[in-house]
Structures are given as C-alpha cells and as structure tokens.
Design a protein around this ligand. Structure first.
Ligand code: AMP
Ligand code: MG
Length: 355
C-alpha cells in the first residue's frame, strides 16, 4: 500500500479533511494530527475498522484505545454517566476540554469491545487541534485513535515521524504541523468518591496533578507488589499483567531501538570500553552533573539553556528519534525536575529505559 501525505494547512485544509473523512467512512485508518502526538484514527463504532488500527500498529489487543469526540455534549452518547458522576465530569470538561485530558468512564454498549479491550470503561477526549476537530465534526462519529507508532515505540510528533513508523501500512497521513504539547494526554479514571471526586491518574501528561487537584483528589494507582504480580501472572498470564487496569503495567513503552538509560544519580553511569554514548540533556548545563561526566559522542538538549518544561515536552520524542538515528551504541537521559510537566517527561524517559 502506498502511504499518501496531505497537507492540511490553510487552503489545503478542506481537501485534506474530505480525504480523511472519505477513508474513515470506508472503514480505513488515517493518521491524524492532535495537540499531543499524531494519532492513528478509525471509526470507533466499526469493530473491523478498529481492528485495522491494531494490525497497523502491531498493538496487542489487551491495550485499549482512546476515542476522540467532536463535541463536549456527545460524551453522553458513548459513556454511561450517573448524575453524581456528571457533576465532576462537567467540571473537568469546562476546565480542560478541548485539550489533552482523557477521561476513563463507564462505557455504553454502542462502543465495540475491541476499542476497550473488553473493559467496561472507555477512554474519551476532545482534541484541541483545529484540524482534528474539523475531521471529528465532518465525520460525525467518534474516532478511535491511539498514537500513530508501532507498538512500544516512540510516539510521533510530526507527519514525517508517522511516515517512518507506518509507511506502507496505512493509506493516508494528514499533516497538521508539529504537535504543540508533544507528549500523550493525561489519563484519569473519574470516580464520584466518598467526600470528594476521585481522579485516578493512569498516565501523567500535559494536564498536571496541580491542575487536577482543583477538581478532585488525585490518586496515583499503586504499583503491584511482587507477590500480587506473581499471583496475577499465574492466574491470567502476561495478558492479565498487561491489562491497563493492572496499575503500573506496560512499563516498557515509548522505546527507541537504541538502549536508553536513566540513572537516579549521574555517578551511577559506568561507561563500557569501546561503546559510544549520546547524552539527552535537559538544558545542557554542567551544574546538572551530566555534561562533563563523560566525553559524549553526541549531546542533544531538550530545552537549551533555559530548562523550560513545556519546551522539553514538545521536543522530547523528536529528540529521542534523532538520537536513536544518530548511530550511537547507547543513550543516557538526564531526568528533568520532578514537578508539574516534569512528572510526565520523567515517566516517558523511565519507560523508554532499560531496566
Ligand atoms: P495511546 O492511545 O497509545 O496513547 O494509548 C491509550 C492508552 O489509554 C492505553 O495504553 C491505556 O493505558 C489507556 N486506556 C484506554 N482505555 C482505557 C480504559 N478503559 N481504562 C484504562 N486505561 C485505558
Ligand atoms: Mg501510544
């Protein structure tokens, strides 16, 4: 299959949108721009179309997809929301939609099981990217869209990166420019709670804990203890362990092909004789302890000089790709400040790292 890229800027937008909608109507998959990363979209109400997303990405069927809505109101068409739950859902929508917040809510029967991997809940969001919004509106049905990369690999933040991941496997990439948040959406499972609403943080992202705390109690799912992990493995095998509701799973993710290491302290880095190393530095400053630790073969900075977490997030996957292609034997990534958006950036770095 030949993969076409269509530009969706200015006067090209109309044609790009109609092409995408035509393919979605025909049950095909299309790569689409969002403000977080590029998504691989299909008609969320058509199980056969959604199956093509899993096939193109080589994604295991136990990893559910996010559905993208055209309007805030349509959430009630796809989610079963009690009046008590609706109070908190509406607050989250008012505050963060359209935007990079995904809510996990009880699903309605109209959503096929393949979308949710058989879970009774569905992950929903409304993108702030104008082209994605236009496509959702013109299509008129929810679009199931995970990140447009092969499973476990680095998420794409440009049309070119999608092409590298999925060329020949999908018919169309809609090029809507570079993604301006740069990392995947924040995911919360929303619950009414006893005294305050509970927001179970399933994935850290651009909407940070400090923002969410205004609406409810932010709860980080506990990691499985080694005993619980073994019990689950015995009972359900790898699949059980990897269900996203088994917290802390899918730990290896967003990975470049080149081995990547994240250390708690710079001194833990012990270079091996004859190996070439790249440094993924936060802001390129010696005082952070990494720049002068080694005679690095390649150095890339996430936020040169300044150490701005927003800039670091936008550049993260792009820079990871560059280092992956630079031909070094291994990458050492310096963690960023563990506050605000830094939590999500460090989360992606740790998941990309060798354990
Ligand atoms: P991606 O689309 O690649 O960003 O991945 C979507 C992620 O959303 C999955 O890997 C899951 O972790 C999460 N997710 C989707 N649906 C659910 C759900 N019903 N419950 C919990 N997590 C979900
Ligand atoms: Mg993904």
């Amino acid at each position: 299959m030949e993969t076409e890229i269509v530009y969706a800027e200015e006067e090209m937008a109309h044609e790009a949108i109609s092409k995408a909608v035509r393919l979605l109507d025909d049950g095909e998959v299309v790569a689409l721009p969002t403000e977080t990363v590029y998504g691989l979209g299909a008609n969320a109400l058509d199980a056969d179309a959604v199956a093509k997303v899993f096939a193109a990405k080589e994604r295991p069927s136990f990893d559910p997809l996010i559905i993208h809505l055209a309007t805030r109101e349509s959430i009630h068409d796809y989610c079963e929301i009690s009046p008590e739950l609706n109070e908190v859902v509406q607050k989250l929508i008012q505050e963060f939609w359209p935007g990079p917040l995904t809510m996990v809510l009880p699903k309605k029967g109209i959503i096929p099981d393949i979308v949710t991997s058989g879970l009774p809940t569905v992950a929903v969001r409304m993108s702030a990217h104008p082209i994605m919004q236009d496509i959702c509106q013109a299509f008129g049905k929810p679009i199931a869209a995970p990140s447009a990369n092969r499973f476990g690999r680095i998420s794409p933040t440009s049309a070119g990166a999608v092409l590298k991941e999925l060329e020949g496997k999908i018919p169309l990439i809609v090029d809507g420019g570079a993604c301006n948040a740069g990392i995947e959406s924040t995911i919360v499972r929303v619950e009414v709670g006893k005294s305050r609403p509970e927001l179970h943080l399933l994935r850290a992202g651009p909407v940070v804990k400090e923002d969410l705390q205004k609406i409810g109690k932010v709860i980080r799912p506990k990691k499985l203890t080694e005993r619980a992990r073994k019990a689950l493995l015995e009972k359900q095998g790898e699949e059980g362990l990897n269900k996203p509701e088994a917290p802390g799973m899918l730990e290896s993710h967003y990975a470049p092909s080149t081995p990547l290491y994240v250390f708690d302290k710079p001194e833990e880095f012990q270079p091996e004789e004859g190996m070439s190393y790249a440094l993924l530095s936060y802001r390129g400053q010696a005082k952070d302890g990494y720049m002068e630790l080694h005679d690095w073969d390649v150095v890339e900075e996430l936020s040169p000089g300044k150490g701005k977490l927003g800039e670091a997030a936008v550049r993260l996957f792009h820079v990871l790709r560059m280092l992956d292609e630079s031909g070094v034997d291994a990458i050492v990534a310096e963690p960023v400040a563990e506050t605000g958006l830094g939590v999500a950036i460090n989360d992606r770095l740790r998941r990309a790292s060798q354990r």
